[in-house]
Design a protein around this ligand. Structure first.
Ligand code: NCD
Length: 314
């Protein structure tokens, strides 16, 4: 079987990838999990720039770890204050410089479209680690991999996504990813004010995936195989009073999990605020820490494919 080329590709949106390409990524990630030592010199002599203009814990550290586990090195920064941006340097010039220093640029930026803009400027591949509320393709890859690992197939699954579906880029990219993997049914559960954006609805409608918008988790909880929870993205609300009106409007606690199916899993891209209570962590449904742990093999596999290509390792 031949797959389209991975090598040298920009990773801007999950929608840029086919199911075959993502399956290729997941099989590579599985190989990484099985035998990480085979990958320990894959990126020898390569430098990856981590350009984080917005706060991050997991994404930044897991990219950093992934590069180092592949035998490569990282350069970068984790806030705008730390570099010449604070002296007024524009994004284009920063990207041009990183392109000279590194073989690949991983960028997180508060502006929508920033990584696409960076990809137009840089010769090296650009990986979007989150652009405003728009896309977070590598988080979606991890989320889809988690389900692929746990259930093998999507076609019999009913998946609920709850939370801030309007400003959440992780939720948006996950929903886009589900139009590629096509579960049996998708419930989009959110307060009225935080429903998915029109452009996301359009993609869903065109995909033909069966979906329903809902306001109450209680009504649908017993049908779900996967419950994907997201935090309300306080920092992205243009009006703080809008945030005040919706904060704390849903909470996954022991009462909610009693209505879940035996095998149902709860996912969350993290960080959580108060939307999953700590008592849930010890339940058999809690899957968010397993999901977070897949950040390393998936990002290792992604960097290998983008920087080295699909050929097997010696
Ligand atoms: C997400 C993000 O930054 O968009 N976090 C992550 O990358 N794991 C989700 C969030 O911040 O809520």
């Amino acid at each position: 079987m031949s797959f389209p080329r991975w090598r040298g590709r920009d990773v801007i949106s999950i929608l840029d990838f086919t199911r075959e390409e993502l399956d290729r990524l997941f099989n590579e990630a599985l190989e990484v999990e099985r035998d990480p030592s085979r990958y320990s010199s894959t990126l020898e002599g390569r430098i990856v720039a981590l350009a984080f203009f917005e706060p991050s814990t997991r994404t930044l550290l897991s990219f950093d770890t992934a590069v180092k586990r592949l035998g490569g090195q990282t350069i970068g920064f984790a806030s705008q204050e730390a570099l010449s941006i604070s002296k007024g340097e524009n994004l284009a010039d920063t990207i041009r410089m990183l392109d000279v220093y590194a073989d690949c640029i991983v960028i997180r930026h508060p502006c929508e479209g920033s990584s696409k803009f960076a990809a137009e400027i840089a010769r090296s591949p650009v990986i979007n680690a989150g652009d405003g509320s728009q896309h977070h393709p590598t988080q979606a890859m991890i989320d889809l991999y988690t389900i692929w690992r746990r259930f093998g197939s999507f076609s019999n699954l009913t998946i609920g996504v709850i939370g801030d579906l309007r400003y959440g880029r992780a939720a948006t990219s996950f929903i886009f990813g589900l139009t590629i993997y096509r579960p049996r049914k998708l419930y989009l559960i959110s307060p009225q004010m935080l429903r998915v954006r029109e452009e996301v609805l359009d993609v869903l409608k065109k995909s033909g995936v069966k979906f329903e918008e809902a306001e109450s988790l209680e009504e649908v909880a017993s049908e779900l195989d996967v419950l994907y929870v997201t935090r309300i993205q306080k920092e992205r609300f243009p009006d703080p009073s809008e945030y005040e009106a919706v904060k704390g409007s849903y909470r996954i606690d022991s009462k909610v999990i009693r209505s879940l199916k035996e095998h149902a899993i709860i996912m969350h891209p993290l960080p959580r605020v108060d939307e999953i209570s700590f008592e849930v962590d010890s339940s058999r449904h809690a899957f968010y820490f397993v999901q977070a742990s897949y950040g390393i093999p998936v990002r290792m596999a992604l960097l290998k494919l983008v920087l080295v290509g699909e050929a097997g390792l010696e």
